[in-house]
Design a binder for this molecule. Structure first.
Ligand SMILES: *[C@@H]1O[C@H](CO)[C@@H](O)[C@H](O)[C@H]1NC(C)=O
Length: 332
């Protein structure tokens, strides 16, 4: 990839080596002349500095014109404020399939180009949860999809579709998209080059399935919104994790380690949504576990342990329904 015709000018290939040797050479010579490579490097350096300066200026200008940073919108604070028991919300839950192609498509997670899809073990779903004030002055949608992670491309396309359907109702600052981090879902839905290397480029059918599944789950949640209540709880779950590098963990200071009972975080936080009759609508749980129950020799598309937990809970709560049929929507 490197143009070898440049090589003779400076014998040391690493950039820093080349630049420092250029400086010493320059000091020794009576007349300071630069080789072609040196000129190119200097131009690159100047350009990099210029681009950095422009980006910094742009960054601070936009921040000022907005008055404040908007990363942490107030949209989700109502859920966290512990309201009176009478506090009500409008709640909606929805689930839609986002499986996409399952054959001859690189799987996202282990960065192994040879790990390509060879069939289906479990379907992948997007689960959407909407919480709004009763007067609908504020709302937030949280989506968890059975995919490796959400990409910038997915987010941009979802927001674009939502905008064309709902105008300003679902926006940059009240749509939260998250992936369950399965390592056995189709890849190819990223816009960055690094991910394109292992996924062998952008794979439109994969991207479309994820975007359409997410938007459909939000549509369903949007359509079935009703008054209800939110409950939050936390507790510990034993015997379900391991630390993947106990040796490294021991490098933490003893004073810090003594604050915890083990080398894994056993706490599960759960947000439950119920309607006004006390019927469960859906729940979101947060628990620190890496979905790598399927290793990098697996070729069957599936949602790994996190998606499987959702599936089992849905089956238990929606007796007699097929997987994916509408009912209680949990998300792990
Ligand atoms: C990967 O998973 C397969 C199937 O469960 C198993 O047979 C194999 O031993 C696993 N490989 C490793 C390195 O754990």
């Amino acid at each position: 990839m490197r143009d070898l015709s440049w090589a003779p000018a400076v014998p040391t290939p690493p950039l820093l080596g080349a630049m420092s040797s250029a400086t010493t050479m320059c000091g020794k010579r009576s007349k300071c002349s630069f080789s072609r490579l040196e000129v190119i490097l200097i131009i690159c350096l100047v350009l990099m500095i210029a681009v950095t300066a422009v980006l910094l200026i742009l960054h601070f200008l936009t921040k000022d014109s907005n008055g404040k940073l908007r990363y942490f919108s107030s949209a989700i604070t109502p859920c966290l404020n512990s309201r009176k028991a009478t506090g009500n919300y409008l709640l909606g839950v929805g689930r839609a399939d986002c499986t996409g192609p399952v054959a001859e498509i690189p799987l996202m997670g282990y960065a192994n180009p040879d790990q390509v899809g060879g069939g289906l073990l479990t379907r992948l779903y997007s689960r959407a949860f909407i919480v709004a004030e009763v007067d609908d002055s504020r709302r937030v949608v949280f989506v968890s999809a059975d995919i490796g992670m959400v990409s910038q491309r997915v987010r941009l396309e979802v927001l674009k579709k939502l905008k064309s359907k709902y105008g300003e109702l679902y926006r940059q600052d009240n749509v939260i998209l998250s992936g369950t981090h399965t390592h056995s879902g189709p890849g190819g839905y990223f816009q960055y080059t690094l991910f394109w290397i292992t996924s062998k480029g952008l794979i439109r059918p994969s991207l479309n399935a994820i975007v359409n599944g997410i938007v459909k789950s939000i549509d369903i949640a949007h359509q079935n919104m009703k008054r209800g209540r939110l409950f939050i709880n936390r507790g510990t779950v034993e015997n379900s994790q391991i630390n993947r590098s106990p040796f490294s963990y021991l490098e933490n200071p003893a004073s810090e380690r003594s604050r915890y009972s083990s080398n894994t975080d056993k706490e599960m936080v759960m947000l439950k949504m119920v309607d006004m009759n006390g019927e469960d609508l859906g729940l979101i749980s947060w628990f620190a576990v890496h979905p790598v129950s399927m290793n990098n020799t697996n070729h069957l598309v599936n949602s790994d342990n996190v998606g499987y937990a959702s599936y089992l809970f849905e089956q238990e709560k929606n007796k007699g329904m097929l997987p994916g049929e509408v009912g209680l929507i949990p998300d792990y």
